[in-house]
Design a protein around this ligand. Structure first.
Ligand SMILES: C[S@@+](CC[C@H](N)C(=O)[O-])C[C@H]1O[C@@H](n2cnc3c(N)ncnc32)[C@H](O)[C@@H]1O
Length: 301
């Protein structure tokens, strides 16, 4: 597939419409527990791929440098307004199918609530694999079509797609649910070895959330997450994969590469020491394309 479409969150009210004050403390808490269980606690360079407004940016205190990557400049600007005083963060706008980074750069990539917007998952996984160093870690969350609610609805004939079919289902434009076996197959095909898997958010039901205290739901979910090792029947699944041991590791000094022609870009002065420079475009030495820095966000769109 060429040029897969992008689910654009520019100027969306995702933060206030979906998270803040919207009764999703349970979902947020159980996702954080899953990340805490799967993420290596410390390391060098991590990318939160599809970081949005930076909801999970505080999950990486043990990392020397954290790239918050998203297509939406407005989401990243919000993240930056919250985190500006912490020099470990780098803000990069771009398309996940054309990551503007040198091959083998990242020790860890996390991706939560993003792949469900991908119409071409194999291409998305290949691009993540390209920028992860050999044996690096990819922590992926995906929306699971084979969840209990979907199974019940299907059996009661209230849903026309089968949760047992392996292929993705697009239940709304650019919103996909995936079968766990299919995701594992795509990860494998892209050069990852899928490993520890957690089944998350089993109790994501309005009635339960209304009557049961959040801390009880969170405690129960925390106990149930380990069932992901044997079966995945929850709406959300987290899987930690290791990149295969082959492939390049980015040499020192390399960071960005031109998404148009793949040529390494000269690293801007100060990138790895302090906040990104302002008003200083990056220019590709091969194709001549200029990539601006907007309010501290490197813009590769
Ligand atoms: C549902 S939000 C999740 C944000 C964050 N990971 C979280 O869990 O709060 C999905 C994010 O994916 C980003 N996104 C969607 N398609 C993208 C693409 N092709 N390239 C980069 N980011 C993309 C959107 O801009 C949005 O911020």
């Amino acid at each position: 597939m060429s040029d897969p479409p992008i689910c654009d969150y520019e100027d969306s009210d995702y933060r206030t419409r979906f998270w803040e004050g919207q009764g999703r403390e349970y979902e947020d808490a159980v996702e954080r527990i899953a990340i805490g269980r799967l993420l290596p606690p410390a390391g060098g360079l991590l990318m939160d791929l599809g970081a949005g407004y930076g909801r999970l940016a505080d999950m990486y205190p043990g990392y020397r440098r954290v790239v918050l990557f998203d297509y939406s400049l407005s989401q990243l600007l919000h993240a930056r307004s919250q985190l500006e005083s912490d020099p470990r963060y780098v803000y990069v706008a771009g398309d996940l199918y054309r990551l503007p980074f040198a091959a083998g750069l990242f020790d860890v990539v996390t991706q939560v609530r993003v792949i469900h917007h991908a119409a071409d998952v194999p291409a998305a996984f290949r691009e993540v694999r390209r920028v992860i160093r050999p044996a690096g870690v990819y922590l992926l969350e995906f929306a699971n079509k084979q969840n209990l609610k979907a199974i019940v609805r299907f059996l009661l004939r209230r849903q026309d797609w089968s949760p047992f079919d392996r292929g993705p289902v697009e239940f709304a434009e650019l919103n996909f649910d995936f079968h766990p076996s299919w995701i594992r197959k795509q990860l494998d095909g892209a050069g990852f070895c899928p490993g520890k898997t957690l089944a998350v958010s089993y109790l994501r039901l309005q009635a339960l959330k209304r009557w049961v205290p959040v801390r009880w739901l969170v405690a129960l979910d925390s106990l149930a997450q380990g069932t992901g090792r044997w079966w995945q029947l929850s709406p959300s699944v987290f899987v930690r994969s290791a990149a295969t041991a082959s492939g390049p590791t980015a040499s020192a000094g390399l960071f960005f590469s031109c998404p148009d022609c793949s040529t390494p870009l000269p690293s801007p002065a100060g990138l790895l020491q302090r906040v990104p420079p302002r008003g200083q475009d990056l220019v590709c030495p091969d194709c001549g394309r200029q990539w601006p820095v907007r309010d501290g966000v490197f813009d590769f769109r």
